[in-house]
Design a protein around this ligand. Structure first.
Ligand SMILES: C[S@@+](CC[C@H](N)C(=O)[O-])C[C@H]1O[C@@H](n2cnc3c(N)ncnc32)[C@H](O)[C@@H]1O
Length: 298
């Protein structure tokens, strides 16, 4: 057990989710003109002593993030860029009248806290153990925030029916929805990914939008020219969260189309970097991409 902010947390929460939270917190310590995001909440979800140590000083945080990008082929850049993209997708969805958001495999994602999405209902879906930690810390943070409507949906994508979990939590299938599914598909079996998409196809009204990231074909089997991808795969496997699924662009498009989603675009880390921070230098391995799709069926 470790003690975080007077809360006792055990070690059953996803470590990769904690790593992502630590990365967002560390990025936020960079000077305003050098950071991709400003997230004052993520640090509250970091319990692991090594990750907390990295946040002790901005210079330490910066050095750690450079190390992550060097060793793991731009992994940090990818994590920050997907947050930036999802933030823009959320702003765009709200502007277009979408008022229902589902975060799949939320981990310690702070979207609900950062956006204070008044009038928008956010469904946070995650494995029960990780969500229990998220809930505990969020209750404390929410005591100073009243503008955030979160529905907590514990659901293991491998064993539960997402559709039932969401509907049981008050999700309205007649309203268009923004689905954000980041940092999760690599850890799921192909069966769980297909089942999740099949459920979404049933409950996403026309006009719904999906933002999902994925690792590219070859990483799981170790057949990739990027050595850093193999290092990341070994690192997550050692921590009990092995990679299970990867995709070609065409393979993911076919899967999305089979489940009534219209693929719209695929975004590389390099493309996102050019969009959000052209001056940033990262050694990119190009193994993690983002895909965007819409539910267009009538
Ligand atoms: C790398 S973290 C990403 C967390 C968050 N989306 C982010 O971007 O910070 C992976 C997340 O996937 C969730 N996850 C993995 N397998 C899952 C499963 N079978 N059912 C539900 N959630 C799962 C973990 O609990 C964890 O929160």
């Amino acid at each position: 057990m470790v003690v975080v902010a007077n809360r006792r947390l055990d070690r059953t929460a996803s470590l990769t989710a904690q790593l992502n939270a630590a990365q967002r917190a560390a990025e936020s310590l960079r000077p305003p003109d050098r950071r991709l995001i400003d997230d004052p909440y993520s640090r509250h979800f970091v319990a692991h002593p090594a990750l907390r140590a990295m946040l002790a000083h901005p210079r330490l945080a910066d050095a750690a993030l450079r190390g992550i990008d060097r060793l793991w082929g731009g992994l940090h850049a990818h994590i920050m860029l997907r947050v930036r993209y999802a933030d823009d997708a959320l702003d765009g969805a709200i502007r277009d009248g979408i008022d229902q958001v589902v975060l799949l495999g939320t981990g310690f994602d702070t979207t609900s806290l950062r956006h204070g999405t008044t009038g928008v209902r956010v469904f946070e879906v995650d494995a029960p153990t990780t969500q229990a930690h998220k809930w505990l810390v969020t209750q404390r943070l929410l005591s100073t925030r009243r503008d955030c409507e979160i529905s907590w949906v514990p659901c293991d994508f491998e064993h539960r029916v997402l559709r039932e979990c969401l509907i049981g939590s008050g999700y309205d299938p007649s309203r268009p929805t923004l689905i954000i599914w980041l940092g999760v598909t690599p850890y799921l079996t192909s069966g769980a990914i297909s089942a999740t998409l099949a459920d979404l196809a049933e409950i996403c009204a026309p006009g719904s939008r999906l933002v999902v990231d994925y690792i590219r074909a070859g990483v799981v089997a170790g057949h990739t020219s990027w050595k850093s991808a193999g290092r990341v795969a070994r690192m997550v496997a050692r921590r009990g969260e092995p990679y299970r699924s990867d995709f070609t662009e065409a393979g993911l498009d076919a899967l999305l189309t089979d489940h009534l989603f219209q693929p719209r675009e695929h975004l590389t880390v390099e493309g996102l970097l050019n969009r959000y921070d052209p001056a940033r230098r990262s050694r990119l391995s190009d193994d993690s991409w983002l895909a965007v799709a819409t539910a267009d069926r009538m």
